[in-house]
Write a protein that binds this ligand. Structure first.
Ligand SMILES: C[S@@+](CC[C@H](N)C(=O)[O-])C[C@H]1O[C@@H](n2cnc3c(N)ncnc32)[C@H](O)[C@@H]1O
Length: 291
């Protein structure tokens, strides 16, 4: 229905290199999306994949893989922070690897009705899981006080003009509710004139992280993963902004006694990949192995 709905998975070859999937091993794809990673892994090894995504729109893509690999692939609509329940439900005690490709997929970003994109006009929503989350961007923008708004923009978007933007929003909404992504973008543009980034990049990032509790989800799951990963099991993460990268880096450092960090510096996509898929330019991959 929408153009550009295809998601191009980032650094797939690098993922395969570090995971080195093998027959009979079990891997968890925490962020299934359109299944780019799961598909590639299954093409390379007769292994088992437990895939997770909190967005029911991912089901359509999971059904295709399930059909092709009925014995090797299971899909769960859930938050990845529920990994313990998911593994128990699937009768799995130990795993050989865990992958995160964080953020949102093109299914979500390029569907205007989801409200994730500052380039498409749509309702202010931004929930990854429409069924179970009540808090929308519209509610935050129209109901939170100036102090709270400014805090969200600053802490989750590192937006330097957080206070001025919050003030503009409060002034505007005295006249009328702010209902669409473009209405919000227009307000932000009155304060922000970035040259390198779209002026609304940071505010949209902040709202998305806050609504979906993204940093806590990640931290909880990384901690839980240590209970399930076998010796030499891998944790592979692909982050797209410094806040999530910081959670991963800190987790790896805090657990130095149990983990060997295989990427001293994060791995970034090659020039050719960035040319073909500009969205990949901010990706940072980190890998650790259980000692
Ligand atoms: C960048 S996309 C992954 C794309 C995927 N690697 C592919 O090749 O299509 C991230 C996906 O993770 C999901 N996601 C993000 N946070 C999640 C969470 N806490 N629990 C479960 N799924 C999550 C999103 O709904 C989205 O579909």
């Amino acid at each position: 229905m929408y153009s550009e709905l295809k998601h191009h998975p980032v650094m797939v070859d690098e993922i395969l290199h570090y995971l080195a999937p093998k027959k009979l091993k079990t891997y968890v794809d925490c962020t299934f999306g359109q299944g780019g990673y799961s598909k590639k892994i299954l093409e390379n090894a007769d292994c088992k994949i437990v895939a997770i995504d909190r967005d029911k729109d991912a089901t359509e893509y999971a059904d295709l893989l399930k059909k092709k690999y009925p014995k090797n692939f299971v899909f769960n609509i859930n938050n990845f922070s529920k990994i313990d329940h998911i593994l128990e439900k699937n009768d799995i005690k130990k795993i050989d690897g865990l992958i995160f490709d964080l953020g949102i997929s093109n299914t979500q970003l390029n569907n205007p009705t989801r409200g994730f994109s500052f380039s498409n006009n749509g309702p202010l929503d931004m929930r990854m899981d429409i069924e179970n989350l009540d808090l929308t961007a519209q509610k935050i923008i129209n109901e939170f006080d100036q102090h709270n708004l400014s805090d969200i923009f600053y802490h989750y978007g590192e937006e330097k003009k957080s206070r001025q933007i919050a003030k503009k929003i409060i002034e505007f909404r005295k006249k009328k509710q702010i209902l669409t992504t473009f209405e919000l973008v227009e307000l932000i543009k009155k304060v922000n004139i970035y040259k390198k980034k779209h002026p609304a990049t940071r505010v949209f990032q902040a709202l998305r992280i806050y609504i979906n509790d993204e940093l806590n989800e990640l931290d909880i799951t990384l901690k839980k993963s240590l209970l399930f990963l076998k010796k030499k099991g891998k944790i592979i993460t692909v982050a797209f902004h410094s806040l999530e990268d910081k959670v991963i880096k800190n987790f790896f450092l805090r657990n130095k006694d149990f983990l060997k960090i295989l990427t001293k510096k994060p791995i970034t996509p090659c020039e050719n990949e960035i040319k073909l898929n500009p969205r990949s330019r901010s990706a940072r991959m980190r890998v650790a192995e259980i000692l």
